[in-house]
Design a protein. Structure first.
Length: 190
């Protein structure tokens, strides 16, 4: 019997990793298969948010959304890929010192979707390994649940200022591998 793995990719996190390492165009199926090694990849779950859209959307927002839609379509065309989308909310924050307004965007539901899918996979997918590409400690309870179910948890991460892995997640996972430029180049689109 071949061991099976599911891959869980935090899209926002992985975009920063690719940017930091200078490898932008990645074949996500090839990347997922590389992470699985000799194990069969059952599914890859990809989590992200479409770009923010005003009401009505600006021309720039429409262009960004069209690009995202093409990217999402390409991901969905890969075999055994599931795309889970949260929502991007806009928050205007006023500086308490100078009064300037700064616009920030926050992902909503993405962490919850990943946690639910990971927990479901532990009990339903008959996997022996859960592979995560993220740095967020919000997933520690789901990782702990996988560990209790005797499923290996392997986190792939990059240590840099904007992609640091939270110590709690690092310690909770059974296996840990830092993502390298060489790994991404093996999965680069030709």
């Amino acid at each position: 019997m071949i061991d099976k793995a599911d891959v869980f990719i935090d899209g926002g996190y992985f975009a920063k990793v690719r940017q930091n390492l200078g490898v932008y165009k990645v074949d996500f199926a090839k990347f997922s298969d590389l992470l699985c090694g000799s194990m069969e990849r059952l599914f890859t779950f990809y989590y992200d948010c479409p770009p923010f859209q005003s009401n009505p959307p600006t021309e720039e927002e429409k262009i960004r959304k069209a690009g995202f839609d093409r990217f999402e379509y390409s991901l969905r065309s890969y075999p055994r890929f599931q795309v889970r989308l949260g929502k991007l909310s806009r928050v205007d924050v006023q500086c308490e010192h100078c009064g300037d307004i700064t616009t920030k965007y926050r992902q909503k539901r993405v962490d919850n979707l990943l946690t639910v899918d990971l927990t479901r996979a532990i009990w339903k997918d008959n996997i022996s390994k859960a592979i995560l590409v993220t740095g967020d400690s919000d997933f520690v309870p789901a990782v702990d649940e996988a560990n209790r179910a005797q499923i290996l948890t392997h986190v792939y991460y990059l240590r840099s200022s904007n992609t640091a892995i939270h110590d709690e997640l690092y310690m909770a996972c059974s296996e840990r591998t830092e993502i390298t430029k060489e790994l991404l180049e093996k999965a680069a689109m030709v």
